[in-house]
Design a protein around this ligand. Structure first.
Ligand code: GTQ
Ligand code: FE2
Length: 349
């Protein structure tokens, strides 16, 4: 093509842009890389680093004023975007004895993995769920929820929300004031009795997209892992890993987020692995390290212990090792990927 013709073409193409028309042939290669190139990076937040900041937040910011006293984990690749990966929001919520966080509801789904302190509660859809360390408690989309700590020790938990997904779809609705007369109450223990014993209501039930069980106590999940670790072979990548399940479907607990609890036996040296799902990890017990290989081939090793958090964006290679027996909680965006036919994994060992 002659220079003059190219210039004419460029002039026309620039003109198109000014009229909000984009020539796909200029941008298509960038839209269709041969494999995922996540903008997010792997990152590690040490409990020893952020714990003093939670305490300072507790001194300086009342839970009432804050509505939710949360320190968010923001991915270094997304400054100002309050997200830990492209799709997920994560942070530590902290509540002092006697504090409450008023009920509200929103389109976003949430999960809470309890780190510290017992006796606090979350109220979901009018039912109270009492927290113990290591429990998982869900807040399905649009369920009324508030938190309270009537105990005598501070409580902290990991919040995981699908906020960036809902933001992307432009479907955020929220109500910050409960209806007059309050949210209708259900007695404590009802959800567990109906959905959490391995039995289900015998009469036909509508199946909600989120698990109606809501509460997954640590004693049960941890006990199952301990039992498996006594005699079953460990998975070469994940050690002993169980997924929290929707009791009626056997599928993930929520339409956008899956969650797992895994035990890595002492001396475990996992094989390298990658998956399209982005994973946020919370260390419940023990010590170990996770090695991640970035897109640029650079290797990072996170040496972690209890209450540390780290994120592995999708499609980065990683492996876990444990010096001492470790139990690690994680959550991800797998269900949405699975629904869209996008989820993949590769085991490299
Ligand atoms: O506890 O209701 O981390 O609404 C972000 C938004 C927690 C909550 C978060 C929320 C909450
Ligand atoms: Fe909320």
């Amino acid at each position: 093509m002659s220079g003059a013709a190219a210039a004419g073409l460029n002039g026309w193409e620039d003109g198109l842009r000014a009229r909000h028309l984009i020539p796909l042939w200029q941008v298509m290669r960038g839209m269709l890389p041969s494999e995922p190139t996540p903008p997010a990076v792997a990152h590690h937040w040490r409990a020893a680093d952020f714990n003093p900041d939670l305490e300072r937040a507790a001194r300086e910011i009342s839970a009432e004023l804050a509505e939710r006293r949360v320190l968010l984990f923001e991915n270094p690749s997304y400054p100002g975007e309050s997200r830990i990966t492209a799709t997920l929001h994560a942070g530590i919520q902290y509540l002092l004895p006697g504090e409450t966080a008023a009920p509200h509801r929103h389109a976003q789904s949430a999960l809470r993995f309890i780190l510290e302190g017992a006796g606090a509660y979350t109220e979901v859809g009018g039912e109270r769920f009492t927290m113990a360390a290591g429990d998982l408690i869900l807040t399905p989309a649009f369920a009324w929820h508030g938190h309270g700590n009537p105990g005598n020790a501070a409580v902290a938990w990991l919040d995981g929300l699908d906020l960036p997904i809902v933001r992307l779809m432009g479907t955020t609705f929220a109500e910050m004031k409960p209806p007059v007369g309050g949210v209708p109450k259900t007695p404590e223990g009802a959800a567990m009795a109906r959905f959490g014993s391995g039995m289900l209501p015998a009469e036909p039930q509508a199946i909600s997209v989120a698990s109606p069980r809501i509460h997954y106590p640590y004693v049960q999940a941890r006990g199952a892992l301990a039992q498996l670790a006594k005699g079953m072979p460990a998975d070469p990548v994940h050690g002993y890993r169980l997924a929290y399940a929707h009791p009626q479907t056997g599928g993930p607990i929520m339409p956008t987020m899956a969650a797992y609890l895994q035990l890595l036996p002492q001396g475990f040296a996992g094989g390298f692995y990658r998956t399209t799902e982005a994973l946020v990890f919370s260390v419940a017990e023990g010590e170990g390290r996770t090695t991640v290989i970035g897109l640029d081939g650079a290797e990072k090793t996170f040496t972690w212990s209890r209450h540390d958090h780290f994120v592995i964006p999708g499609w980065l290679r990683f492996r876990h090792e444990a010096n001492r027996e470790a139990v690690v909680f994680s959550f991800s965006d797998k269900p949405l990927q699975h629904t869209m036919g996008l989820w993949r994994e590769v085991r490299e060992h």
